[in-house]
Design a protein around this ligand. Structure first.
Ligand code: ARG
Ligand code: ZN
Length: 858
C-alpha cells in the first residue's frame, strides 16, 4: 500500500482545541481526550488510533453505542456526527511495552514521547496528520515520588498534590499545532536552568533536563540553545514565542532529536557533554542539533507541512539553517567541506542505489523511511543552490515573505517557492524540478582556449542518471559559482565577470559560455562549482598535472580540498588496478605540502589529511570490491603518513591546549593532532604502536584518547588489547562513551568481532544508540568487512536486524539501508547480499523493514 501526493484531500473538520488528560502508570496509562470539532467541508469523521484500548467514547456527553462507530485498520469512523460537537474518548495504553519508541514510552524509568511522524495515534484517537492543527491543553497526573517533574508543551498552568501520593500539572500551548509536535515527559531529572531575553524584551525560562547527577553535562547544550536563539533573531529576525523552552535528554531514542513545541526531546548523545568524556565532534554535533531543533520553531512548527510529502519543506530548510548557524559560529569553509563529505557519503550513495527518491517524493510506502539523507541533506543543498541562483538579497526577502504570509499554516513546497518568485521576480518552476527528480546530476565541463582572441569557451552539459521509476530526466537549473584563476593566488578579469567571478546557470542539457578576456591575457585556470554551489558531480578532463596546478592556483578553500580529493581518488583507483605499483611520490609530497601550507588553519589542514573513504570510492566503481579499495586506500595513506612523519612528531610533541575549551579554535588544534594520531596508525610500525599507546595513556581529552584507540585497534599486539581494556574500565559507567568503545571496534574489526560485540553483556537490543554502535558502525563505516565475499558480514548484520525488528521496526529499517549498494558489489558479495535480503524477506519483517527490503531487491 502506498500513499500518493496526488491523493491529498483536506480534512473535513477543524478541531479548534483539545484537552488531554493523562493519568500515568507504566503499564496502563489512561488518556482522556476532549476535542471541540467543527465541520468545514463534506466528508467522513475518521480518527487514527493504533494499539489503543477504548474504554469510553461520547459525543456531547452522550455515550456512543458500539453500533455508532467502527474500528478497523487503525481507524475509528463515526458515521453520523453533528456539524459542531464535542468528542470525548477514554483509552488505555501500555507505555512500558512500547519498544518501538514511537508514541508514549518509558526510558530509564521515565515517561517520554515521540510523535513524528505518526506516534500520536498510539496515544489517543486523533486525525494524526500535520494539516490538522489545534490548541492543546494538557493535564498530567502521576505518582509524585517517582515522577516529581511533569512536562508538556507550552507554558505551565495549575499544579498541585492529589490523594494517594499523586500530584498533577497542567500545560497550555497557545499556538495551534499538529499532533506530531505534541510531547510529554515525566520523571525525576536534574535540571540545568538559564534564561534568555528576546529581541522583543520577552523573558524566556530555559531548562535542560537530564539524568540525576548529570546537570553540569548539560551546560554546553544550554550555551548552544542561547546562541541559537540569538542567531535566529539576528540572521532571520525570528524571536521565540513562549515563556518557557525545555529540552529533555533521553537515552533510548530512535534518532537525533525532536522539535516538539517548547519541549524538545533529545537523544542524550546530543545533550550530554563534559570536557573529559566528549569529543570535539560531540560538542559540534550538540551545537548543531540544538540549533536545528530550535530553528524548527519557525520552520516546521509555526509554519508546518501540509502533508508528509512536504517533509523537505521543514527539514531541508532547517538543515540549511543549522549549517549556516554552524558556519557563522565556526569556520565557514571547514563547515562546508564537512557538510559536503556527509552529503557525498550518504546522499550521493542513496541517490545512486535502489532506494533513490526525489527530495519531494510522489509516493511512499512507509513514512518513517522518508527521513533520509535525500530529504534532509539534498533538501538543504537545494535551498543553498537557490540562494546562489537568486542571490542573498532576494533569498532573505523571500524568507521574510514566507514568515509573514505562511505563519500559522500547514504549507507546501509550492507555497514556499512562490515567496522567492515574488522576491526575485524570477520564474522558479524549472528549479522545482530538482524536487521531483531523483539522482545526482553529472556536469561535464569542456574548455577551449583561443589564444588569438583571448577567449575561453566553456561547453557545459548535464545528465542525470536513471533512478527507480524515473528513466528520463529533464535538465535542471544548476547554479555554478565560477572564477578565473591567474595561478598566482588571484583572479583574472573577464567581460561581465566581477573580480573574475560569476555564477553560470546551466539550465539546459548543454550550454556554451564564451569568456572574453583582455587582449594578450594568458590562459586562466577555471575554478568551478566553488563552495560546492550545486549538489552535482563535476567531470572535467584534467589530468594529474592539471589538477595539481589547479589546486595550487585555487582561491576557494572548498575547491582546494576537493582537488586533492579527486587526486587521491584517482590514485587509489590506479593502485587498485596496479597492485604492484607504489604510490606516486610527486602526488604524495604535494598532498603533504598542502597540509603543511595550511597548518595555520589546523581544522582545514586536518581535513586535507582525510582520504575519500571506501563508501565514496565505491560509488565510482562497478562492480565494486570494497576490500580491494580499502587496501589500495591504505597503501596511499601509509605513503602519505611517511611523507608527513617529521610533521607528525613535531605536532604531537607540542602540548594539547589547556585548559580544555570546546571552542572552534581549540577544536581545530585537536583536529590536526587527531589527524596526526590517525596517520601514526597508518604507518603501522611497532614504534608507531608504542607511540600511540603512550599518547593514549597520557591523553587529557576524549578527542585524542579516542583517536589513539581508533589507531591502535588495527595494529596487532599487546598495546591494542591493553588500550581496549583500559578504556572500557575507565568509562564503563558512561554509556555514551561505551557506545564509542563499541563503535571503534565494530568500525574496524571483522565480522567475528562484530558478532562478539553483539554478544557482549553491555550490548542492549532495546537501546538504539548501542545497537547502532555495533551494527551501523560495522555496516556503514567498515565496508570491507561488511561486504566481505564470504558473506559473514552480511549475516551478522542480518541477524541483528531480525532481532531488532521485533522490538523496533524504525531502527531495523534504518539498519537495512546499509544493504542499499548491494547491486554494485563484486559477484561473490553481491550474491551473498541477495541471499541475505531474500532470507529476510521470507522471514517476514515489520512493515517499515519490508518496505526497505522490497525496494532494495526490486
Ligand atoms: N523532526 C526531527 C528532526 O529533524 C526528526 C524526526 C524523525 N522522525 C522519524 N519518524 N524518523 O529533528
Ligand atoms: Zn529536523
Amino acid at each position: 500500500v502506498s500513499v500518493k501526493l496526488e491523493d491529498y484531500t483536506p480534512y473535513p473538520f477543524e478541531i479548534d482545541s483539545v484537552s488531554l488528560d493523562f493519568s500515568l502508570e507504566l503499564e496502563a496509562t489512561r488518556v482522556r481526550t476532549k476535542m471541540s470539532v467543527r465541520r468545514v467541508r463534506p466528508g467522513e469523521f475518521v480518527l487514527d488510533g493504533e494499539g489503543l484500548t477504548l474504554n469510553d467514547i461520547s459525543i456531547d456527553g452522550s455515550p456512543l453505542q458500539v453500533s455508532d462507530y467502527k474500528i478497523a485498520d487503525n481507524k475509528l469512523t463515526i458515521a453520523d456526527v453533528p456539524d459542531t460537537f464535542t468528542l470525548e474518548t477514554d483509552v488505555t495504553i501500555n507505555p512500558k511495552a512500547n519498544t518501538a519508541l514511537s508514541g508514549l514510552y518509558v526510558s530509564a524509568g521515565r515517561f517520554c514521547s515521540q510523535c513524528e511522524a505518526t506516534g500520536f495515534r498510539r496515544i489517543t484517537y486523533w486525525p494524526d496528520r500535520p494539516d490538522v492543527m489545534s490548541r492543546f491543553h494538557v493535564r498530567i497526573d502521576a505518582d509524585k515520588a517517582t515522577y516529581p517533574i511533569l512536562l508538556s508543551n507550552g507554558t505551565p498552568g495549575k499544579a498541585g498534590d492529589l490523594p494517594g501520593g499523586r500530584h498533577f500539572a497542567e500545560w497550555d500551548d497557545p499556538h495551534p499545532k499538529p499532533s506530531y509536535l505534541f510531547a510529554l515527559c515525566a520523571g525525576d531529572y536534574d535540571v540545568w536552568r538559564d534564561s534568555f531575553t528576546t529581541m522583543n524584551g520577552d523573558h524566556v525560562d530555559l531548562g535542560v533536563y537530564v539524568d540525576k547527577g548529570q546537570a553540569d553535562r548539560a551546560e554546553w547544550a544550554m550555551e548552544s540553545l542561547k546562541a541559537s536563539m540569538k542567531w535566529d533573531e539576528e540572521r532571520f529576525g525570528r524571536a521565540y514565542d513562549l515563556g518557557v523552552f525545555n529540552i529533555v535528554a533521553v537515552r533510548d531514542f530512535n534518532f537525533g532529536a525532536m522539535e516538539n513545541k517548547g519541549l524538545n526531546i533529545f537523544n542524550s548523545a546530543y545533550v550530554l557533554a563534559s570536557p573529559d568524556s566528549a569529543t570535539d565532534a560531540d560538542f559540534e554535533a550538540i551545537e548543531s542539533i540544538v540549533g536545528h531543533e530550535y530553528f524548527h520553531n519557525w520552520t516546521g512548527n509555526r509554519i508546518t507541512c501540509r502533508d508528509w510529502f512536504q517533509l523537505c519543506l521543514k527539514e531541508g530548510l532547517t538543515v540549511f539553517r543549522d549549517q549556516e548557524f554552524s558556519s557563522d559560529l565556526r569556520s565557514r569553509p571547514v563547515q562546508r567541506i564537512k557538510d559536503v563529505m556527509r552529503l557525498r557519503a550518504r546522499q550521493f550513495a542513496e541517490d545512486g542505489g535502489p532506494l533513490a527518491h526525489p527530495v519531494r517524493p510522489q509516493a511512499y510506502g512507509s513514512i518513517d523511511n522518508l527521513y533520509t539523507a535525500t530529504v534532509y541533506e539534498k533538501g538543504a543543498e537545494l535551498i543553498r543552490a537557490l540562494t546562489v541562483l537568486i542571490g542573498d538579497d532576494a533569498f532573505n526577502k523571500g524568507m521574510q515573505i514566507y514568515f509573514d504570509e505562511y505563519d500559522g499554516t500547514a504549507s507546501t513546497i509550492e507555497d514556499f517557492y512562490s515567496c522567492f518568485e515574488k522576491a526575485s521576480g524570477k520564474d522558479l518552476s524549472q528549479f522545482r524540478l530538482w524536487y521531483a527528480q531523483a539522482g545526482t546530476p553529472e556536469v561535464t565541463v569542456v574548455e577551449e582556449w583561443d589564444e588569438a582572441k583571448s577567449e575561453l569557451t566553456l561547453t557545459l552539459s548535464q545528465k542525470t542518471p536513471p533512478t527507480p521509476k524515473q528513466d528520463k530526466k529533464k535538465p535542471v537549473p544548476i547554479p555554478l559559482r565560477a572564477a578565473l584563476l591567474d595561478g598566482k593566488g588571484g583572479h583574472v578579469e573577464a567581460e561581465g565577470w566581477q573580480d573574475g567571478e560569476t555564477v553560470i546557470v546551466l539550465d539546459k542539457a548543454e550550454k556554451t559560455v564564451k569568456v572574453n578576456l583582455s587582449k594578450g591575457s594568458a590562459r586562466p585556470l577555471l575554478s568551478i562549482n566553488r563552495e560546492f554551489s550545486a549538489p552535482v558531480r563535476v567531470r572535467r578532463d584534467l589530468d594529474k598535472a592539471g589538477l595539481l596546478k589547479l589546486a595550487a592556483a585555487e582561491t576557494d578553500p572548498f575547491n582546494i580540498w576537493d582537488c586533492f580529493q579527486s587526486l587521491a581518488k584517482t590514485e587509489i583507483f590506479r593502485l587498485l588496478d596496479e597492485p604492484q605499483s607504489p604510490p606516486d611520490d610527486a602526488l604524495v609530497s604535494a598532498m603533504a605540502d598542502a597540509v603543511r601550507l595550511n597548518e595555520s588553519d589546523p581544522a582545514f589542514a586536518a581535513l586535507l589529511t582525510v582520504l575519500p573513504d571506501v563508501g565514496e570510492l565505491f560509488q565510482d566503481r562497478e562492480p565494486a570490491d570494497p576490500a580491494g579499495l580499502d587496501s589500495a586506500r591504505k597503501r596511499l595513506r601509509k605513503a602519505f603518513a611517511e611523507a608527513l612523519a617529521g610533521d607528525i612528531t613535531r605536532i604531537l610533541e607540542q602540548p594539547s591546549p589547556t585548559p580544555f575549551k570546546p571552542s572552534a579554535e581549540q577544536a581545530g588544534t585537536r583536529a590536526l593532532r587527531g589527524a596526526m594520531i590517525g596517520l601514526t596508525g597508518a604507518l603501522g610500525t611497532p614504534e608507531a604502536a608504542s607511540q600511540l599507546k603512550s599518547h593514549f595513556d597520557s591523553a587529557s581529552n576524549m578527542t585524542e584518547s579516542l583517536a589513539c584507540l581508533r589507531s591502535l585497534i588495527p595494529l596487532p599486539g599487546k598495546a591494542r588489547d591493553e588500550a581496549i581494556e583500559t578504556f572500557y574500565a575507565r568509562w564503563k559507567d558512561n554509556p555514551l562513551v561505551i557506545d564509542k568503545w563499541f563503535a571503534v571496534q565494530a568500525g574496524q574489526g571483522t565480522a567475528e568481532d562484530a558478532r562478539r560485540l553483539s554478544e557482549h553483556p553491555d550490548f542492549d537490543m532495546s537501546n538504539p544508540n548501542r545497537v547502532r554502535s555495533v551494527a551501523a558502525a560495522f555496516s556503514m563505516t567498515n565496508l570491507a568487512a561488511f561486504h566481505a565475499p564470504d558473506g559473514k558480514g552480511h549475516e551478522v548484520i542480518a541477524d541483528i536486524i531480525q532481532r531488532a525488528d521485533k522490538l523496533n521496526p524504525a531502527l531495523a529499517a534504518r539498519l537495512l539501508t546499509s544493504f542499499e549498494q548491494w547491486k554494485k558489489l563484486e559477484p561473490k558479495a553481491r550474491a551473498s547480499a541477495k541471499t541475505v535480503l531474500e532470507r529476510l524477506q521470507e522471514a517476514g519483517l515489520s512493515k517499515n523493514a519490508m518496505d526497505i527490503v522490497t525496494r532494495a531487491l526490486d
